[in-house]
Design a protein around this ligand. Structure first.
Ligand SMILES: [Mn+2]
Length: 353
C-alpha cells in the first residue's frame, strides 16, 4: 500500500494571510490531490501542525482549510490519519486541547492521533506518535521501548537536526531511542533532511524567507518496501532578484519576465545601480506584476564579496546574524536558551505582517 505523507500544513499561516492561503490551495488543487488521483493513492498521513495558530482559529482560515484540504478528502473518500503537532495544541505541557479534535473530528474518514497508537497499514504496524510533551512523554518512551513496530511516524523535536536549511537545532531530545526503528518519518522541522533511519519530511510549501531556495513537497511511503519517494511542489513564494546594471543597456535591465513574481515575495539585491532611473523603471515594472511584497536590499557594504552567492546569503541570513551576535555577547546566561528565545521571537515577528 502507498501512503501520501504530508506535514506542517499550517493552515492560517502568516496571520491568516489570504495570499498564503491561495498559495497553499494551489499546492493541494494542482499538485497534491491530482497526484493522489493519478496514482490511485487513498491513504494520507498528516504528521502534525495542520493549523498554524495554537490558541484560536480565524473562521476564514478554517473555511479555506476545509475547502482546500478536508472537503476533497471527504469527497474522494480518502482516509486521513492526522497526528497532533505542537501548533495544534493549546497548552504546552499537554495536547489534550487541540484544534484537530475540535475542528476536524466530525469528518467520518479522519482519524486523529492525540495519543500514541499502533496503526496497521496493509499489514505493516506503524507507531503513530503525536507531539511529545511532559504530560505524555513517559507513556511514549515506555511504548517505544516495548513496541514491536519497526516504523514510526511522529512530530519530533530532535537535537542536532536542521529546522530550516542551514539552521540546526541544539535543544530538543536526543535521537538514541529511535535507533531501534527501521524507518522514522517526522514532521516539525520545515526543511527536508535524512540522517540514517530518521527522515524529516519538510513542509509542503514555502511559508517564510527561511524556506527560500529549499525544495518543498510531499512524500509517498510504500508499506511493502518501506521506501520514501519525494514529490516536489513546483510553486515558489519567495524570490530573490540580483540587480546589477553595469555594462548593460536599458532594455537588458528592464526586459525581465515579471509575471512570475505575481502574488509573491520579492527581494531585490542591488549590487550595482549606475542608473537610478532604470532602477526605478525596473521596480515599477515589477510592482505592476502584482507581487505581495517587494524589499530592496542595497549591497554597498558588500562590494568585496567574491560571488553573487556570497552577496545573497550575506544579505538574507538574519538567523546567522542573531547567532553570531549572541555568540559574541559576554553575559552569564545560557546562550542556547537565549538564542532559542530570540529566534522564536524573530519567527513570531515574521508572522505578524
Ligand atoms: Mn511546523
Amino acid at each position: 500500500m502507498k501512503l501520501a505523507l504530508v506535514t506542517d500544513l499550517h493552515f492560517g499561516v502568516r496571520n491568516d494571510n489570504a495570499s498564503f492561503a491561495d498559495f497553499q490551495e494551489k499546492f493541494y488543487s494542482e499538485v497534491f490531490f491530482p497526484y493522489l488521483k493519478e496514482n490511485n493513492i487513498n491513504n494520507i498521513v498528516d504528521l502534525g501542525d495542520t493549523f498554524d495558530r495554537r490558541k484560536y482559529i480565524n473562521f476564514v482560515s478554517l473555511d479555506r482549510a476545509k475547502k482546500m484540504f478536508f472537503d476533497p478528502i471527504d469527497q474522494n473518500k480518502y482516509n486521513l490519519h492526522a497526528l497532533v503537532g505542537n501548533h495544534d495544541s493549546f497548552y504546552k505541557n499537554t495536547i489534550e486541547i487541540n484544534s484537530m479534535e475540535l475542528l476536524a473530528e466530525h469528518y467520518d474518514n479522519i482519524q486523529i492521533y492525540s495519543k500514541p497508537h499502533v496503526q496497521q497499514f496493509d499489514g505493516l504496524d506503524v507507531l503513530m506518535l503525536p507531539w511529545i510533551c511532559s504530560d505524555n512523554q513517559e507513556e511514549i518512551f515506555e511504548l517505544c521501548k516495548t513496541t514491536p513496530s519497526q516504523v514510526l511516524f511522529g512530530h519530533l523535536e530532535l537535537s542536532g537536526y536542521q529546522m530550516h536549511k542551514g539552521q540546526s537545532i541544539n535543544h530538543g531530545m536526543k535521537d538514541d531511542w529511535l535507533q531501534k526503528f527501521d524507518v522514522v518519518c517526522t514532521g516539525h522541522y520545515h526543511t527536508k533532511s535524512t540522517t540514517g533511519n530518521i527522515n524529516y519530511l519538510g513542509c509542503p510549501y514555502e511559508m517564510t524567507w527561511a524556506d527560500h531556495g529549499d525544495q518543498k513537497g510531499f512524500h509517498i511511503f510504500d508499506t511493502d518496501t518501506r521506501e520514501l519517494e519525494f514529490i516536489p511542489n513546483p510553486f515558489v513564494m519567495f524570490h530573490k532578484i540580483h540587480y546589477n546594471d553595469r555594462d548593460k543597456s536599458m532594455e537588458q535591465v528592464t526586459n525581465v519576465e515579471f509575471e512570475k513574481y505575481s502574488s509573491c515575495y520579492v527581494k531585490i539585491i542591488v549590487s550595482e545601480k549606475t542608473n537610478p532611473f532604470w532602477f526605478d523603471m525596473f521596480v515599477d515594472k515589477l510592482e505592476k506584476a502584482g507581487p505581495i511584497h517587494v524589499q530592496v536590499v542595497e549591497d554597498h557594504l558588500h562590494l568585496d564579496m567574491e560571488s553573487d552567492d556570497d552577496i545573497v546569503s550575506e544579505a538574507e541570513d538574519t538567523m546567522t546574524i542573531l547567532h553570531n551576535y549572541i555568540d559574541a555577547l559576554e553575559v552569564n546566561v545560557d546562550k542556547d536558551k537565549l538564542e532559542y528565545t530570540i529566534k522564536d521571537l524573530y519567527s513570531d515577528a515574521l508572522s505578524i505582517s
